[in-house]
Design a protein around this ligand. Structure first.
Ligand code: SF4
Length: 114
C-alpha cells in the first residue's frame, strides 16, 4: 500500500523474488538480510523526497514524485492493479513501468518526453 492504494499484491514468494512495483522493491531492499553474502550483493534503493499528504495526493500514480522510474505518463494516469507480462494471474501490480528481472532500479533515472 502507498497513500491508500494497493501497489502490489500476490503470493509472497513471487512478490519477494520478483518485486514489480518500485515501491515494493525499495521496501524489500531495506529489509535486513540474515545471510551476509546476500546482504552485500543486494542493491539498496534509496527513495528521495517526502511522502505526499494523503489529503492531497499527487495526480496519476501517487508514487510518482518519489519513483526512480517515473515518466510523464505516471503524472497523469493512475495505473491499474493488474497482472504484468510474465507474472501469474495472482501477482498484481499497479505500475505503468514495472521493474524487470535483473533491473538495477537504484540507477534508473526519470525520463522526460522529447
Ligand atoms: S506508475 Fe510510474 S511512478 Fe508509479 S510506480 Fe510505476 S513507474 Fe513509478
Amino acid at each position: 500500500m502507498y497513500l491508500g492504494r494497493v501497489a502490489e499484491t500476490g503470493p509472497g514468494a513471487q512478490v519477494y523474488e520478483q518485486s514489480r512495483h518500485p515501491y515494493t522493491a525499495a521496501l524489500l531492499s531495506a529489509a535486513p538480510a540474515a545471510d551476509p553474502d546476500a546482504a552485500s550483493s543486494r542493491q539498496r534503493i534509496i527513495l528521495t523526497g517526502d511522502v505526499p499528504s494523503p489529503i492531497n495526493p499527487p495526480s496519476g500514480c501517487r508514487f510518482h514524485p518519489r519513483c526512480p522510474k517515473a515518466q510523464d505518463l505516471c503524472t497523469t494516469a493512475e495505473p491499474s492493479l493488474e497482472a504484468k507480462a510474465g507474472d501469474s494471474s495472482a501477482h498484481l501490480t499497479a505500475c505503468h513501468f514495472p521493474v524487470q528481472a535483473g533491473e538495477i532500479l537504484a540507477r534508473a533515472g526519470r525520463r522526460e518526453s522529447p
